[in-house]
Design a protein around this ligand. Structure first.
Ligand code: AMP
Length: 208
């Protein structure tokens, strides 16, 4: 299965990608995770993209397309979380491979903003928690590896606003792009991660 998950920041794409990836043993590729890792490890890529991430701006298409072309190789199946995010990226992806489904997460802005402000991530292993829906057992400590949790740099209030504007301007138009190709499916992203996951599986059931 070749699947793209599309949705605003905080819509739950990453969580759902992780669940699908585990259950069906399909590789999940999250550009946000790859870029954050590169920044933390201070690699050449990390140094090139750091400022974009901090400011909630999109990393230039050439850098992303280069990165994805290495990651995708000749993979027969994948779940893409956070890519494509612009029309040139969607066109670049289309040139490389066919996509089965694009799932667009639908939920109100107020819900996603509230989710982002409650998101905490582990500084070491990258595990993601929600203070509401999925809190750590010990305050600010990762259940998985015992390291400290923190707010993602780009989940600060001013950056969240910027990321939303960028999403609306650059990424939302991809819905029309994929609608025309008849591979777009809308997913109600409200509710718990398990509820959304059940809906998601139903939506793509003839492909997994
Ligand atoms: P995410 O974790 O998907 O919210 O991504 C975090 C940040 O990484 C974004 O705000 C962008 O700065 C950068 N980023 C991730 N994916 C892309 C992409 N496909 N194109 C450009 N920038 C990206």
């Amino acid at each position: 299965m070749k699947l793209v998950l599309l949705g605003p920041p905080g819509s739950g794409k990453g969580t759902q990608a992780e669940k699908l990836s585990k259950e069906f043993n399909i590789l999940k590729i999250s550009t946000g995770d790859i870029l954050r890792d590169a920044v933390h490890s201070n690699t050449e890529l990390g140094r090139r993209v750091k400022e974009y991430l901090l400011k909630g701006r999109l990393v230039p298409d050439e850098i992303i397309l280069d990165l994805m072309s290495q990651k995708l190789g000749n993979l027969k199946g994948f779940i893409l979380d956070g890519f494509p995010r612009t029309l040139p990226q969607a066109i670049g992806l289309e040139k490389r491979t066919d996509i089965d489904f694009v799932v667009a997460f639908v939920l109100p802005n107020t819900t996603v903003i509230s989710r982002l402000s409650k998101r905490r991530v582990c500084i070491k292993c990258g595990a993601v928690y929600s203070l509401d829906a999925n809190p750590p057992l010990r305050k600010n400590i990762c259940d998985r590896c015992g390291s400290k949790l923190r707010i993602r740099d780009d989940d600060k209030k001013s950056t969240i606003r910027k990321r939303f504007l960028v999403y609306k301007r650059e990424t939302k138009p991809l819905e029309d792009f994929y609608k025309k190709k008849k591979i777009l499916r809308y997913l109600d992203g409200n509710g718990s991660a398990d509820e959304v996951y059940r809906r998601l599986k139903k939506l793509i059931s003839n492909k997994v």
